[in-house]
Design a protein around this ligand. Structure first.
Ligand SMILES: Nc1ncnc2c1ncn2[C@@H]1O[C@H](COP(=O)(O)OP(=O)(O)O)[C@@H](O)[C@H]1O
Ligand SMILES: [Mg+2]
Length: 301
């Protein structure tokens, strides 16, 4: 059970060849490693952090590759996917598998989930929106604030918040395929609810809230999280989403991010099966659950 944990230069510790200055949320990489390494060791295995761009021969000794904290793949999606496919072709167990990653790379997967009965945030899809489409979206949704985000994106990067009295410049364009959504006030109140699933089973949940003056809940922007015990019906909503993900088997790990509509129903913000942070501090069983699931998969291989 020799497991590789993919990282990027900004999350990899400097001592292991990472950048001299790490990302502000690189501590999450360290927490995830600290949760997983002893659990894998206890099962007779090892966990090695490795930059995802490392050449194929560097992966020769591994049985399993976890996508870990490859948090810079968004602008290198083709290269990232090609590497995962090459690793799989080399006989390594890649979790989650490239086919699921391909589906999960583009937030267009939300439309797929919607067609399978999931409730998603009302969204207008555009190849490259400009001012006209933003104005039309305000009309369409009848709201006074809009969130515009990249279809292929992560970590809230390259995202815009526009208000009716704070429109983009006339020459502004997004420059990417994008999603336009009404700003949901629940983000400032209850925040975002994340349910972590290991091997298709609910593991633990957190509530994530934004810093004062912010609406993005990620730790990079000062967001905070706390462990919560979701209701049975909230778990059922997230379980439905996990089951609607493509693949013959449940994903090894998935994090379902939800936000409440004004009527109290949960909507899917994201269903993360690529490299989600899995909040080990709020789910102390995470390391053991993940290590057991990896072991079972390797034995079945
Ligand atoms: N429609 C929305 N209303 C309010 N806040 C939003 C909305 N969409 C996104 N956000 C905020 O922006 C963050 C990042 O958006 P998200 O869709 O999760 O993309 P990603 O995490 O992949 O960058 C969310 O965690 C949330 O804090
Ligand atoms: Mg998100």
């Amino acid at each position: 059970m020799r497991v590789a944990f993919l990282a990027c230069p900004e999350t990899l510790p400097a001592a292991l060849g990472g950048a001299a200055v790490r990302r502000g949320d690189a501590f999450e990489h360290d927490l995830q490693i600290a949760a997983l390494r002893p659990a894998i060791k206890a099962r007779g295995g090892s966990l090695t952090e490795i930059e995802w761009r490392s050449p194929l021969p560097d992966f020769a000794g591994f049985d399993c590759v976890l996508l870990g904290t490859a948090w810079d793949y968004q602008d290198h999606a083709v290269e990232f996917l090609a590497k995962l496919e090459a690793l799989e072709a080399a006989g390594i167990l890649v979790c989650n598998p490239p086919a699921l990653v391909r589906w999960n790379l583009d937030k267009a997967y939300l439309r797929d989930l919607e067609s399978k009965g999931a409730r998603i945030i009302p969204t207008l899809w555009s190849d490259n929106p400009g001012l006209d489409e933003i104005v039309a979206a305000f009309d369409h949704f009848g709201c006074d604030r809009l969130v515009v985000k990249r279809q292929v994106g992560a970590g809230g990067m390259g995202q815009h918040l526009f208000a009716l009295d704070e429109l983009p410049d006339p020459d502004w364009t997004m420059g990417h395929a994008a999603m336009i959504q009404p700003f949901l006030p629940a983000i400032k109140d209850e925040g975002e609810l994340s349910l972590v699933f290991i091997d298709g089973a609910f593991s633990h949940a957190i509530r994530k809230t934004a810093a004062k003056g912010e609406y993005r809940i990620q730790s990079l922007y000062g967001g905070k999280e706390q462990a919560v015990t979701p209701s049975e019906s909230d778990i059922a909503v997230a379980t439905h989403v996990v089951r609607a993900m493509p693949g013959d088997t449940a994903p090894l790990y998935a994090r379902i991010d939800l936000i409440r509509d004004i009527d109290g129903a949960l909507m899917v913000m994201e269903a993360e099966a690529i490299e989600p942070y899995l909040y080990p501090e709020q789910g102390p069983q995470l390391g053991d659950r993940l290590a057991s699931a990896i072991k079972a998969r390797l034995e079945a291989n």
